[in-house]
Design a protein around this ligand. Structure first.
Ligand code: FMN
Length: 185
């Protein structure tokens, strides 16, 4: 059963993680991918999923995303997340990468069009698909169904069950079920 939240945003984070924990138990899903910029959501998810999910992957922004030579997640937070058995992945963002650079020069990129189409379902849906592509590209999840968790700028407000694929086979991705998402954003 899908749960629809009245408002988007970080206030939903604990609720979303609890929903995912319940679904992991019910369905025996063993892979969870989580978007986390500074690490707040990643840490909560890593703690809650310890011993439950075989592969918990916390995906960050790319290095230098906000400011040159920096990552929003501190090394201490990364270490703390990893102490709960999760992996933290920093790499090229699947829907940004050179598409953003091209859009900034020319005003248009196909990657942006795909990202904005997914945003019709909310920011979190775009991010869920993106982080699953990134985790598969890095070999951190296999092709079994996984749960992806993401939010609107901060925290988590969306969780979906996804059949993963790597970015070169984006259109093989299947968004099987929406566990929770905001109704408005
Ligand atoms: C790879 C990546 C892409 C993201 N893209 C967007 C986006 O397009 N729109 C948005 O509202 N939030 C986006 N986010 C934010 C996440 O959905 C999530 O809310 C945030 O990373 C949680 O970070 P926190 O744990 O530091 O609160 C993105 C995060 C990551 C890691």
């Amino acid at each position: 059963m899908s749960i629809y939240l009245e408002k988007p945003g970080y206030k939903n984070t604990e609720n979303v993680i609890n929903i995912v924990v319940d679904e992991c138990k019910k369905r025996e899903i063993k892979q969870v991918v989580v978007a986390s910029t500074k690490g707040t959501t990643g840490l909560l998810a890593a703690k809650a999923l310890k011993g439950l999910s075989e592969k918990t992957v916390i995906v960050t922004h790319n290095y230098g995303f906000k400011e040159p030579d920096t990552l929003e997640m501190s090394p201490e937070t990364r270490q703390e997340i990893e102490s709960f058995g999760a992996k933290v992945f920093t790499g090229t963002m699947a829907f940004r990468n050179i598409g953003t650079a091209i859009r900034e020069k020319t005003g248009y990129s196909e990657q942006d069009l795909i990202a904005n189409t997914l945003r019709l379902f909310g920011q979190g849906m775009k991010v869920c698909v993106e982080i699953v592509l990134m985790a598969q590209d890095a070999g951190l999840i296999d092709s079994r169904d996984c749960i992806a968790i993401a939010g609107t700028a901060h925290g988590a407000d969306t969780a979906v069950i996804i059949k993963p694929a790597p970015s070169n086979r984006l259109f093989d991705i299947k968004v099987r079920e929406i566990l929770v998402k905001p109704r408005d954003w």
